[in-house]
Design a binder for this molecule. Structure first.
Ligand code: AMP
Ligand code: MN
Ligand code: MN
Ligand code: MN
Length: 285
């Protein structure tokens, strides 16, 4: 049952900070979320929990509820799917060890991407990126920003379309965590596993069925019904999928930077017919 409190809660359960490819520090993300009326925020950086401690400190001072999260890059049948862990314990040994390994994996991948760009006479990308990210996770987004800043492309999208997307010259296939293992880490650390932005993978009905069957079988419990870019028709489509597979609904902006396509907490309402993931969090915390 929803408490009076939850009626006024504003959730955003998917966003990024400088711990991965966000433009704002964890403190800045939390401050901004608070300013935009968010009352429960999950910080979900790519393959890292490094921003959570700082975010938690800031959130406490503001009276905002910070839910520890992560967005894990996973592989299922050789395709990459993003799985959000909400309500995880970043100190859980398997998860902590995994993020260490993923940091190394992302660094090795970044070196390979930089080598491929160098073959296209684009030099110096990795050195420039390292200066910006410090100890954070390097993503393709950082390379896209570099290509844009150095005027090799006119937009981030063009950077992906010409260099970084699958099949393009600087693409590097990466042995991400297997989907089942990622879900296991999330569950063992006390979290709920949520399939992120399910329409972005462009799966046909049958492939979606096989994916979600595997996802559920591995212990996945939620799906992002609302994302920052959802229109009402897309929400309806994912809602039907969520109901069919009996998954809880999550909502998250996938905020990366101010003045991009999506803002913190600016999300369509969660349909009343679905169990929201925060109900599951309440049961386990
Ligand atoms: P990675 O996890 O390193 O492969 O980087 C993926 C990140 O790059 C995503 O989280 C997005 O922030 C960004 N990204 C991926 N594909 C695109 C695209 N087509 N256009 C713009 N940004 C993208
Ligand atoms: Mn990203
Ligand atoms: Mn994602
Ligand atoms: Mn994301």
């Amino acid at each position: 049952m929803a408490s009076i409190n939850s009626m006024t809660d504003v959730y955003d359960l998917h966003c990024h900070s400088t711990a991965s490819d966000g433009a704002l520090s964890p403190t800045e993300v939390v401050n901004r979320a608070h300013r935009f009326g968010v009352t429960s925020l999950a910080l979900t950086d790519h393959d890292t929990t490094a921003g959570l401690a700082e975010a938690q400190t800031t959130a406490q001072a503001l009276g905002l509820r910070l839910i520890p999260g992560i967005e894990l890059s996973t592989l299922w049948q050789n395709q990459c799917f993003h799985v959000i862990g909400i309500g995880i314990n970043p100190q859980h040994p398997a998860l902590a060890e995994a993020t260490q390994h993923l940091h190394t994996l992302r660094m090795e991948r970044a070196e390979k991407i930089a080598e491929k760009l160098a073959k296209k006479r684009i030099e110096g990308a990795l050195d420039a990126i390292k200066k910006i990210v410090g100890n954070g996770m390097i993503t393709r987004n950082h390379f896209a920003e570099y290509l844009l800043a150095e005027r090799h492309v006119d937009s981030l999208q063009e950077a992906f379309d010409r260099y970084l997307a699958k099949g393009k010259p600087a693409y590097v296939a990466t042995p991400w965590t297997e989907l089942e293992l990622a879900i296991q880490w999330i569950n063992e650390s006390g979290g709920v596993a949520v399939l992120a932005h399910p329409l972005r993978y462009q799966l046909k009905k049958n492939a979606m069925k096989r994916l979600l069957t595997a996802f559920k079988h591995a212990g996945g419990q939620g799906i992002e019904v609302i994302t920052g870019r959802s229109n009402p028709e897309e929400v309806k489509r994912v809602l039907a999928i969520a109901e069919q597979y009996q998954l809880a609904g999550s909502t998250g902006s996938d905020f990366h930077a101010p003045d991009q396509w999506v803002e913190l907490g600016r999300l369509l309402p969660m349909p009343a017919t679905i169990t929201p993931v925060w109900e599951l969090l309440r049961l386990s915390h």
